[in-house]
Structures are given as structure tokens and as C-alpha cells.
Write a protein that binds this ligand. Structure first.
Ligand code: SF4
Ligand code: SF4
Length: 341
């Protein structure tokens, strides 16, 4: 992990945050050419999420790219969940609601795997879990990328930063499912208030509930998307991992590594260590803060950027938020497969 990296701290004011981001932008040596189209990969937040990054930082990156004669656009892919980003049309509406709009940002807002989620392509991987991975065609449709990630906790990966933004972020819905397929719900009846939310959000009909009964989950129909677990207001659902939980961390890393092989010479990484909460921007709600704002990191490799982010936030902080997640396997496995900067 010896590629250059820059950390710029800030106070929790917008002025200080923008100043720190601009220091990172001035430092970056972009591998882009004049008039290149540059995709900014980011997450505009699930409907009802209160912790996603406000669009002002993306707008600043857009402004800086345009000033330097590049042609930016921002994008994200469709997801497995039945919330506000399941198809491209819904997702663009969600983006608009969160002010990630062309009007505000000053550049187009796109869906990386197409409005119907079918604009996808297979990439060779050659790893032990995935021979190939399927991602949005956007991977071949930009001259360069900025991976702009909100660093925070995550219930399945411990933390979410650049690795996850490249992996789940570029993955097609099918690839997301291939990664998630091992996480299924298990009910703690004592906590369940029979509200039916898990049934309402289940995209496959695997979760059902008879009147005055506890819900049940047909694990044959379950695609392991963990949406019910995420949406349960009583935390009455726990994840049962059908295989070793470390395998999920490996699958995440393999997908990121396959994408990285394609984009590594035309990509820079920016992690925003702001609003550091326990859970992902994929979940509705206002999540518990687990660390003070730290600032921004600029880097040329996602593993380097995430390792530095963990160092700044503190591994204990991530461990306390997600006690049973072996997130360290991501770094160990990245090293093992030569995806470590
Ligand atoms: S969402 Fe949670 S509390 Fe509501 S029915 Fe499902 S398991 Fe029970
Ligand atoms: S039961 Fe399975 S498919 Fe349905 S929401 Fe839960 S994890 Fe997803």
C-alpha cells in the first residue's frame, strides 16, 4: 500500500468541509485528458435516509472538473431493494428528491446499468468465488472515473467506503444478488411486534405473515437481499449466513478487483469521512453517529483509501458498531489476490 494518499481534516462546517475537499482536488494528479467524459460514482441515498452526503460536495467536484475542461456526469446503479432505487426511473426520482439533479449539480445524472437495469456486461475475474462478474456497461462508457464515497458503517461489510462503492456500486442487480445470496433472515419472536414491514418490503414474496401470527420466511424463495433485516423497526431479524460470513467479504473484494482491473489507470478515489454513522445510505432512517467528522481522503487505490479511513476513524469504532462482521478479511483477501495498491 505505497501509492500516494492525502488526508485533509476539517471542522463540521460547510465552509471548512469545502475547503478540505478543494485541497484534495488541487492535490490530485488526474489521469484524464481535455474533454474526457468523467463519471463520478456516488450514492445519492435511499428514500428516507437522513445521513447521505449532501450534494454540495459532488457539485464542487463537478465545478472543478468543468473548470479543468472535463465533461463530468454522476451515476449510480439500480439495486436489489424495493425502496426508491430498484429501477432507474425510481432511482433518478430519488436522486432528484435529494437534490442530486442536473440543475443543482450542473451535469447529467445517469444510471450505470441502464434505466431497466439491463445494460450490463461481464468482466473476467478469475478468482475463487467468481470466474466473472457482471457490472453496469458504464464501466466502458466513460474516459475516466472519480470514485466518491461516503465512509460509514455497514451491517454486512462492517464499513462502507471505496471498495464497496466500486463493488456493489458498479455491480448489476444479478451480481449484487450473487454477492448477497448468503444473508438470510432469522426471527427473534420476543422482539417482533408483528408490524408486517418485513413482508411489505420483501421483493420476492419469501416473507409472509398470517393474521395475528409471526412472519415466516421461505428460504427457498429468499434471495438474501437482507432488506427485511434492514427495515425491521424492532431489530427483530438477525442475519443467518448460509456460508462462512468471510466469503461475503471475499465476494465484495473480488467484484471490486475485477472492476478495478478495467478502470485503474483512469480513476481517482475520494473518501468523505463526514456524517460517519453506523449504517449504510441504502437504509432509510437517521442512523447513530459513530465518529466525529474527519475530513477527506484523496488516493489512487480504493484499498489504500479505505485502510487510511479505518485508521482515522479507528478500528474499535467499526468493531463496536458491527461486532460480528469480519471486515478485516477484505484487506487480508485484497492482499492475497494482489488487489492492494
Ligand atoms: S418488520 Fe420486524 S417487527 Fe415487523 S413483523 Fe417483521 S420481524 Fe416483526
Ligand atoms: S426474506 Fe429474503 S428476499 Fe425477502 S426481504 Fe428478506 S432477505 Fe430479502
Amino acid at each position: 500500500m505505497n501509492k500516494p494518499i492525502l488526508y485533509e481534516n476539517c471542522l463540521s462546517t460547510e465552509k471548512s468541509r469545502l475547503k478540505a475537499l478543494n485541497t484534495i482536488l488541487q492535490w490530485i494528479q488526474v489521469p484524464f485528458k481535455k474533454n474526457d467524459s468523467i463519471g463520478i460514482k456516488l450514492h445519492w441515498g435511499e428514500i428516507g435516509n437522513k445521513n447521505f452526503l449532501p450534494p454540495i460536495y459532488a457539485r464542487e467536484i463537478v465545478r472543478w472538473l468543468k473548470e479543468n475542461n472535463f465533461n463530468p456526469f454522476v451515476f449510480d446503479n439500480t439495486v436489489l431493494y424495493s425502496g426508491g432505487r430498484r429501477d432507474g426511473k425510481q432511482s433518478l426520482k430519488t436522486a432528484e428528491t435529494h437534490n442530486y439533479s442536473q440543475d443543482y449539480l450542473g451535469c447529467p445524472v445517469k444510471i450505470g446499468d441502464g434505466l431497466d437495469g439491463k445494460s450490463v456486461v461481464d468482466l473476467p475475474a478469475g478468482f475463487k468465488n467468481f470466474e466473472k462478474v457482471q457490472v453496469g456497461k458504464i464501466v466502458h462508457q466513460a474516459d475516466g472515473f472519480i470514485i466518491f464515497s461516503h465512509f460509514k458503517g455497514h451491517m454486512e461489510t462492517g464499513f462502507g467506503g471505496a471498495i464497496k462503492n466500486i463493488s456493489m456500486g458498479f455491480a448489476s442487480r444479478a451480481q449484487k444478488q450473487r454477492m448477497h445470496a448468503d444473508a438470510k433472515p432469522s426471527l427473534l419472536e420476543a422482539k417482533c411486534v408483528q408490524c408486517g414491514e418485513c413482508v411489505a418490503v420483501c421483493p420476492t414474496g419469501a416473507a409472509t405473515m398470517e393474521e395475528n401470527e409471526y412472519p415466516s420466511y421461505d428460504l427457498d424463495k429468499c434471495i438474501g437481499c437482507a432488506q427485511c433485516i434492514a427495515m425491521c423497526p424492532e431489530t427483530a431479524l438477525k442475519i443467518i449466513w448460509e456460508t462462512d460470513i468471510k466469503i461475503f467479504q471475499e465476494k465484495l473484494v473480488e467484484t471490486a478487483a475485477a472492476v478495478w482491473k478495467i478502470i485503474k489507470n483512469k480513476t481517482v478515489i475520494i473518501n468523505a469521512l463526514l456524517n460517519i454513522v453506523a449504517e449504510c445510505d441504502c437504509l432509510p432512517g437517521n442512523h447513530r453517529s459513530i465518529a466525529e467528522d474527519k475530513g477527506f481522503i484523496g488516493a489512487y487505490h480504493p484499498v489504500t483509501a479505505d485502510a487510511e479511513s479505518i485508521k482515522l476513524v479507528g478500528a474499535d469504532c467499526i468493531n463496536q458498531a458491527h461486532r460480528n462482521i469480519p471486515w478485516g478479511r477484505q484487506f487480508e483477501y485484497a492482499r492475497q489476490i494482489g488487489f492492494d495498491g
